[in-house]
Design a protein around this ligand. Structure first.
Ligand code: PLP
Length: 395
């Protein structure tokens, strides 16, 4: 079996049979000349069909899917136009009216919002729990629970969930475990090896890594994903552009190297922030001060590059940082080579994205986020320059 860096470069790729080109081609064609026996409905689609129509499958996108499957130790993968289209396709594939799903009460904001509104309107019952609390997770399971959905580390708290324990709980209840592993990446954690059934990544973040292409992927077993591709992905149409697939393939070549550098920089910046007089609290899974540091060490081989920190007057400081930072961009998103920072005000988020049902959930939020957090995605610039930039801006 190849190592991570060899897989990142070679898995899924081979020299072009016609020209001998060593780098992947971008095949932008939406349609392919077919033989007269080709089925017109996707119902007739099987592995031996060759390329027919790019929404059904495309050679450049396929190379990316093979590489990502190799990197996650998954049987197969389906690529999407964005992380959210991967998430929505997964929910639509596994859930029907009358089913129930347990969803992490803190997760990517758009997922939190559709599971507060749009998905329940379809007759699918949703329970939100703090999935780091295994008793709460077990208690939320019902006879009709089909899916348990977790994010670890979760966006934006960096709170962790024990994947092995969550998988055991989900399976004991007859449900599948889906893990959004965007923050961890396959370098840190391979959720399938801990017992998860499906892994989702936003390729827009670390895997693409350069802030220039949206994308998403669902990875898992062929038995789950072949019907997901045919019945949901192809028909719902959140197809990844071959051009974006090519950009993400290009980004992936250096992905393991980048993750090492992200972690190295994040550890330096986190340690510096912890000593800064204006910083009240730093949360980073790689710091012994993280409330779940033992779980982080058990489950993560790399602590990734995202940290949060709290200061006295968050909103005011956000205005100062947006104005004064020279290198770090005040912007949403994460996982890029450029460092990005954004302020998340607790009250605003609790009113919009996260509507907690219990005081315990509210308390857990405040344990990690206080009144608000700066989410800092530490990029690949020189750590000394990032620290100097924060120092001049924080004062
Ligand atoms: C960004 C993100 C998503 C959504 O991905 P898009 O590519 O923006 O649609 C989903 N989950 C997590 C954890 C993310 O950070």
């Amino acid at each position: 079996m190849w190592g991570e860096q060899t897989k990142a470069i070679h898995a899924g790729e081979r020299p072009d049979a016609l020209t001998g080109a060593s780098a992947p081609n971008i095949v932008m064609s939406t349609t392919f000349v077919a033989d007269a026996g080709t089925a017109f409905s996707v119902e007739g689609l099987d592995d031996g069909n060759g390329w027919i129509y790019t929404r059904w499958g495309n050679p450049t996108v396929h190379q990316l899917e093979e590489k990502l499957a190799a990197m996650e130790d998954a049987e197969t993968g389906v690529a999407f136009a964005s992380g959210m289209s991967a998430i929505v396709a997964t929910l639509f594939h596994f859930l029907r009216a009358g089913d129930h799903a347990v969803i992490s009460d803190v997760a990517y904001a758009a997922l939190s919002e559709i599971t507060n509104e749009g998905i329940p309107a379809l007759g699918i019952e949703i329970t939100k729990v703090d999935t780091s609390d295994l008793e709460a997770l077990r208690a939320a399971l019902q006879p009709n629970t089909k899916l348990v959905y977790i994010e670890t580390p979760c966006n934006p708290l960096l709170r962790l969930t024990d994947i092995g324990a969550a998988a055991a709980a989900a399976h004991a209840g007859g449900a599948k475990l889906v893990v959004d592993s965007t923050f961890a990446t396959p370098i840190a954690t391979k959720p399938l090896l801990w017992g998860a059934d499906v892994v989702i990544h936003s390729l827009t973040k670390y895997l693409g890594g350069h802030g220039d292409a949206l994308g998403g992927v669902v990875l898992g077993r062929k038995a789950d994903l072949a019907p997901l591709r045919k019945k949901t992905a192809i028909r719902f149409g959140g197809t990844l552009s071959p051009f974006n697939a090519w950009l993400i393939l290009r980004g992936l070549a250096t992905f393991p190297l980048r993750m090492r550098a992200h972690q190295e920089n994040a550890l330096k910046v986190a340690a510096w922030l912890e000593r800064h007089p204006k910083v009240r609290r730093v949360v980073y899974p790689g710091l012994p001060s993280h409330p779940q540091y033992d779980l982080a060490r058990k489950q993560m081989k790399n602590f990734s590059g995202i940290l949060t920190f709290q200061v006295e007057r968050g909103k005011e400081t956000a205005r100062t940082l947006a104005e004064k930072l020279q290198i770090i961009h005040y912007a949403v998103s994460l996982g890029h080579h450029r460092s990005l920072i954004f302020y998340l005000h607790s009250k605003d988020l609790l009113d919009t994205s996260f509507k907690f049902a219990t005081q315990k959930q509210v308390d857990s939020w405040h344990t990690f986020a206080g009144e608000g957090i700066f989410r800092l995605s530490v990029g690949l610039e020189d750590a000394a320059d990032l620290i100097a930039d924060l120092e001049q801006a924080l004062g």
